[in-house]
Design a protein around this ligand. Sequence first.
Ligand code: CU
Length: 272
Amino acid sequence: MGPGGISTEIAYVLGQTSGLSKTPADVFETVYLVFLILGTLVGIVVIGYTLTKAYRYRDDGKRDDKSESDKKVVRPVLGHLPAGSGGGKKLFVSFGISAVIVLSLIVWTYSALLFVDDTPPEVEAEGEEPLEIDVVGKQFNWEYTYPNNHTEEPTLYIPADRPIRLEVTSADVWHNYGINEFRVKSDAIPGQTTTAWFVAEETGTYEAVCYELCGSGHSAMRGDVVVMEQEKFQDWYANTTDGSTSGSVSSDVTADTDANADAETAPTEGEA
Ligand SMILES: [Cu+2]
């Protein structure tokens, strides 16, 4: 895999990843950094070249067209096409370099995004197989269904350091499911299923948000994403039963996570 090799190389150079453990968040970070660095370099070259030329050929009021340095400059004549110097070599070289840069960026970015599109075997081999969770968007909430048919809403509970594969759809209108920290963003469209995957490397509470205007309650269409230690998650998951929905189990976990034993606040979801 050529382009993938290059991306791994660049990621290694940038110190983004160690070995094979790459997540979509790492990939997006690397793509962003590479574009930022290349853009900055191109900007420095172009602006530097412009400023140098502007300074060199500035009008200092001392110019007489007979001086040695001035004779070498090919000045355009009104009514004539400029001949340029070097037989268009500069033009050819700059177009050539630009083409190489742009084409390699296209190939590399595309291959990096292919990695994001599909869970690669090396990621699955490292950890456990991905945990598959169905996500259904509905005005104005997210509902999660685990492999044992247990459903949760609006909080997603997941283990750390394990690939999570989401199958996202909608029960009503178009939504867009996203978790900023993990660089997850996936369309939620009725009658269609889109997939996304990510790895949460650190435990904690994050937020899942709807990124597509879907109605009057759109801005409130958000829920927590609780990332737990693997064993803690297994305990929690073992207590969920087929077809059960969130209840006292989840408040136990929340209390656990927040290290706040008397957090008995029942989720008050007073949507009219
Ligand atoms: Cu929405």
